[in-house]
Design a binder for this molecule. Sequence first.
Ligand SMILES: Cc1ncc(COP(=O)(O)O)c(C=O)c1O
Length: 460
Amino acid sequence: MTAGLTSNSARDIARSLLANSDGADTTASAAEVTPAVKAPPAVGKPRRDTGRQFGDQTGVVAARERAARALAMGELTGMPNPLFIPRQGPNTSVIEGPYGATTNFSNYNYLGMAHHPKVIKAVQDAVGQYGASASASRITSGEIEIYPRLERRLAEIYDVESAIIATSGYLTNSGVIGFLLGERDAVVADALIHSSVVTGARWAGARSMTFRHNDPESLRGVLRMSRERFDRVLVVIEGHYSMDGDVGRLPEIAAVAREFDCAVMVDEAHSIGVFGAHGHGVREHFGLPGDAVDIWMGCLSKALGSCGGFIAGSAEIIQALHTSPVATLTVGPPPSAAAAALAALEVLESEPQRVSQLWHNAKLFTAALRERNLNLGFSEGTPIVPVLVPGEIQVLYASSLLLQRGVYVGPVAAPGVGPGQERLRFFVTSEHSQEQLVTTADLVAEVVALATDVGAALTM
Ligand SMILES: Cc1ncc(COP(=O)(O)O)c(C=O)c1O
């Protein structure tokens, strides 16, 4: 059931999916989880009992229903489930898996660093020298010399006094915001900010607010209404938006933040290695001095082919972070991860053509999709290219159809994006060939039309 999908068969599929998604009983109902009463339930609530304490928790219910719908689609249609597909070998432009050699757009290995021979060699050397784990937090016996070398290089790249790396990118945002802010403070973030920032505000006990995506005037409005009520206010944006592929309007947003005496933080997760002629991120892209921003945050897990996060900023902040929970209450990054990121930064310097090739590919792919009249949302022709396919079932279906045709792209639905914003999110890398990009654009146009048929049938 592929290219020959008729509107009748689309309707049948849609109906079965709907019937299944409504009826798929993946969760225990409240009645099922209520056992014979052994003790009076607390304040009139039904008992849940051992092993069933979270079966009716909203997030658990929603996640299990989503998984059941994906499974139902596979079972009903015989189509591949595009979630959690196993892969052999490195995550690059072609992956080997259960569907054979598949052109892959679902990794953020933008520059091919995760499998670059020099990066692999650095990892092997670090494991040989230091073992597989830091085996302690940095403040005790976890410290190794690769960490400060990597941190010095990151500080140079961001033109600031100092930097610190941490074991996870997500925890870098959450832990650092959680540490730096308190109950009298607020985080004012772009509406499309990564969830790790929102988590950080919650950990801090700070007030969390948003302004309209990439809109300095909306930020001004929020600050005008609320700035006086808080001690510190941290304005947070992304350099390169991870779901939408547009560029944070840093100069204008920072100017508004400064008007209201706010601190500025930029999440460079998808910018370092991608923006700027040398891949030094949006600071280089906009030609800004390092101190235009108080906190530069970034990930080692994307273009730097590794795992972990970093903060670059003033010596005062970084010194404090060295004794904060992100460095003391969690293990130091694996030596191999720090070595990989450091080697990737060296390759970035010696092979700058990787960055220009990445942009060449991003422009080519975006233009090819636009020529085929696809809806690319906020895309600005960067290496993150969303193709909107509204509807959870439709986007899953589109992704499955592509997988059948030898192309893998991750479907994004809730909770990654809001309802109606479902999309296929393509990560273009410097490793893709022109032929892969153009062929994929043709296939995307074809499957989006088929998925739209399913969507139309769903509403009939
Ligand atoms: C914008 C942004 N910030 C932070 C993170 C968390 O990074 P990590 O996956 O390295 O933990 C991500 C993850 O994709 C991200 O997209």
